[in-house]
Design a protein around this ligand. Structure first.
Ligand SMILES: NC(=O)C1=CN([C@@H]2O[C@H](COP(=O)(O)OP(=O)(O)OC[C@H]3O[C@@H](n4cnc5c(N)ncnc54)[C@H](O)[C@@H]3O)[C@@H](O)[C@H]2O)C=CC1
Ligand SMILES: CC(=O)C(=O)O
Length: 351
């Protein structure tokens, strides 16, 4: 197929069709990116298990010039800051600061919010909601005041509803408010598929979309391993598989967090790597596609103001677009159910 570049740099196919636009449905308000920006500042709000796993991964992966920690408990916060600073001799050079006062976050490029209550053994993510909404009313306004151009990356649970809450409280355009969503669930999914097939998880392209939680949706129809579409390959080879086997892998994904929490009390390392992976795509303008929680209205026939995970392209301006993945009727139906689950919870909120 003959292709050439448009004046904006995107590829043009036959008849002048803009292939970038055909592939991604772009998000309104996404300003042009500025990949030349060098100095970067990340603030992590909440220096608990998750916040510190994220901070540690960001430091070891050399993702920022400045790293700021904010928490409500001054002694613990100072202890965490000193402990990280004492590793300076072994790390890329990063200025690390910490304070309970949000002025320390001024001028952040990315604010990662992990503060809040976490699930106890057996508790669902949605149970945490009202406690964490009250907390967000204290956290989001000062972040916006000190960093009006920042991108908010929400991690606290229930992450989809809290991303919506952060969007409402911030007044930001939707491309600058992102939830870590099912980036973590998709990584768990890729690990399990890789384990079944004895391949490298990095060669497994597979997405979980929808709610980061019990109503998430596994996109089996679009899974590929090393470029081979798995289900259509099995069908062409007339290899039979039980649908129950697929369901059980997805069930293992949704139960992962419950299992880890019952064993060690919380989850931390995988979410640390997952969020650092998102921070890299955003701050380095990598334009990679991640399943993250975005304002879903207008995509895949979703009508309500709901944040849930869809495969989204991320760059320096935040969410640049949502991929036009093909969903089967069943996957679409499940996605709608996931949207309804989140909306039902959201409708009872007072923000
Ligand atoms: N989206 C995801 O995939 C995941 C989300 N999470 C969520 O992340 C959140 C944090 O989990 P953990 O770190 O394990 O909990 P944690 O209890 O270890 O840490 C929470 C931190 O928030 C701080 N905090 C409380 N109020 C604050 C305020 N007003 N300002 C600043 N900091 C404040 C606490 O002092 C504490 O250090 C939970 O909501 C948990 O469910 C956890 C794992 C994965
Ligand atoms: C706690 C949580 O949301 C997770 O590990 O998936």
């Amino acid at each position: 197929m003959a292709m050439h570049k448009s004046s904006s740099g995107s590829a043009l196919g036959p008849g002048g069709l803009d292939l970038t636009q055909a592939f991604f449905k772009s998000v309104m308000n996404a300003e042009p990116s500025s990949p030349t920006k060098r100095h970067t500042k990340i603030s992590v709000i909440g220096a608990g298990n998750v916040g510190m796993a994220i901070a540690q991964t960001i430091l070891t992966q050399d993702l920022t010039d400045e790293l700021v920690l904010v928490d409500a408990i001054p002694d613990k916060l100072r202890g965490e800051m000193l402990d990280l600073q004492h590793a300076a001799a072994f790390l890329p050079r990063t200025r690390i600061q910490a304070s309970t006062d949000y002025s320390v976050t001024a001028g952040s490029d990315l604010c990662i919010v992990t503060a809040g209550a976490r699930q106890i053994h057996g508790e669902s993510r949605l149970n945490l909601l009202q406690r964490n909404v009250t907390l967000f009313q204290k956290i989001i306004p000062p972040l916006v005041r000190y960093s009006p151009d920042t991108i908010l990356l929400i991690v606290s649970n229930p992450v989809d509803v809290l991303t919506y809450v952060a969007w409402k409280l911030s007044g930001f355009p939707s491309n600058r408010v992102i939830g870590s969503g099912t980036n973590l669930d998709s990584s768990r999914f890729r690990f399990l598929i890789a384990d079944h097939l004895d391949v490298n998880a990095q060669d497994v392209q597979a997405f979980i979309v929808g709610e980061h939680g019990d109503s998430s949706v596994a996109l089996w129809s679009s899974i590929s391993v090393g470029g081979v579409p798995v289900l259509s390959f099995l069908e062409k080879q007339e290899i039979t598989y039980e649908k129950e086997m697929l369901e059980s892998i997805h069930r293992e994904v949704t139960e992962s967090a419950y299992e880890v929490i019952s064993l060690k009390g919380y989850t931390s390392w995988a979410i640390g790597y997952s969020v650092a992976n998102l921070a890299r795509s955003i701050l380095r303008d990598q334009r990679r596609v991640h399943p993250v929680s975005v304002l879903a209205k207008g995509f895949y026939d979703i009508d309500g103001e709901v944040f849930l995970s869809l495969p989204a392209q991320l760059g320096r301006a935040g969410v640049l677009g949502v991929t036009n993945v093909h969903f089967t009727q069943e996957e679409k139906h499940r996605l709608m159910n996931s949207a309804t689950t989140i909306l039902q919870v959201q409708n009872h909120l007072t923000i």
